[in-house]
Design a protein around this ligand. Structure first.
Ligand code: KG4
Ligand code: ZN
Length: 336
């Protein structure tokens, strides 16, 4: 019915995903083949294994996305694909697929920045949301405070200087013996703990800095566990998890709010895997209410890696006249 149909392709880490979105915001299909179980035994994503699984999954996932949307490749108007940042071998599988279809079916190709995709998940979830706003992009690979001034214009105001927030969750979960990926497990067990049992150091860095540092907190948790063990005291995992989470989120919420206030934004948007965290959501709700700021976040399935968000971001790039040719290459450390 004349709607522009975008095929989105995402393979930057451990999810092979292909989606079909109409007019950028209407999801007709969003197939996600997760490799979590494959990497679980290693306690983290093994890049070479991820690439191999992307390769064996991608054609099947693509066909499923078309079938579920009830369309054929000929009806697709545009192909959008993540070209960075991410694991180079993993990115290359999605890119090669996108380029092959673009060439064979003669469709325009648009490369998408993975973070731009995460932010765009909010356009799918909230049909009336428009820039400008302040975004907190928080995942296993990134922690960024981003000023979003247009669909294709943004500026990074703060970033992590070492570990990403999700990485800190995953590392602390490992120290606590909870398993992988640690974020959802800490989220769950922390609900039964007292967040004020241990006062882990809140790292705010220089005055007015919107940057983060999370690499110290894993050591903080480790030192606490060791000293308790040495003193012959039992460790309450729920209390430690809750205290860790409180320390990390105190800093994240404070900095995100101050960025919005400083840049005079009346909307804050959460994005990325850690945006699924229930404590982050409730703390942000509370802080935004106090400041009169509207808060937006996607449902959990659109927080973690998926291709619908990539299709959405590609649609807005295409609308502003941006396309790529077949020389588009994977850029593992692509800046925003
Ligand atoms: O966006 P994502 O799927 O992949 C990256 O681009 O990194 O994010 C995955 C990260 C993992 O570190 C995972 O532990 C974390 O998001 N995560 C969570 C929750 N769900 C996923 N962290 C805290 N609480 C959650 N509920
Ligand atoms: Zn991601």
């Amino acid at each position: 019915d004349g709607k522009l149909l975008t095929m989105g392709i995402e393979s930057s880490c451990d999810e092979t995903s292909v989606a079909i979105v109409a007019e950028g915001r209407q999801v007709l299909s969003n197939i996600i083949a997760s490799q979590i179980e494959v990497h679980q035994v290693f306690g983290g994503v093994v890049p070479e294994i991820a690439s191999r699984h992307h390769l064996s999954n991608i054609n099947h996932v693509t066909n499923q996305a078309l079938v579920q949307a009830g369309i054929t490749m000929e009806q697709v108007d545009l192909i959008g694909v993540t070209y960075g940042p991410g694991l180079v071998g993993a990115l290359l599988i999605g890119l090669a697929t996108a380029k092959a279809y673009a060439l064979a079916a003669d469709k325009p190709l648009v490369g998408v920045h993975h973070i731009q995709g995460h932010i765009s998940a909010n356009y799918i979830e909230h049909l009336n949301l428009e820039p400008p706003f302040m975004a907190l992009v928080i995942s296993g690979g990134h922690t960024n405070i981003v000023e979003v001034t247009g669909y294709n214009e943004c500026r990074v105001l703060g970033k992590t200087r070492d570990d990403a927030a999700g990485e800190a969750y995953d590392k602390v979960a490992r120290v606590l013996g909870l398993g992988y990926p640690g974020g959802p497990l800490i989220d769950k067990i922390a609900k039964e703990g007292d967040p004020h049992t241990v006062e882990f150091k809140r790292v705010f860095l220089e005055k007015d800095s919107l940057d983060f540092s999370f690499s110290g907190i894993k050591t903080g948790v480790l030192n606490y566990i060791n000293s308790e063990k040495q003193a012959g005291r039992a460790i309450n995992t729920a209390d430690v998890a809750a205290s860790f989470q409180q320390a990390v989120l105190d800093v994240i919420v404070t900095k995100t709010i101050s960025a919005a206030v400083k840049m005079k934004k009346d909307k804050i948007v959460l994005a990325g895997g850690v945006a699924a965290n229930s404590k982050l959501r409730s703390m942000m709700e509370e802080a935004c209410r106090r400041q009169g700021i509207a808060l937006y976040y996607p449902s959990p399935i659109l927080c973690t890696d998926n291709a619908a968000m990539i299709g959405c971001a590609a649609y807005y790039k295409y609308k502003s006249g941006i396309t790529d040719d077949l020389t588009l290459d994977a850029i593992p450390n692509l800046p925003l």
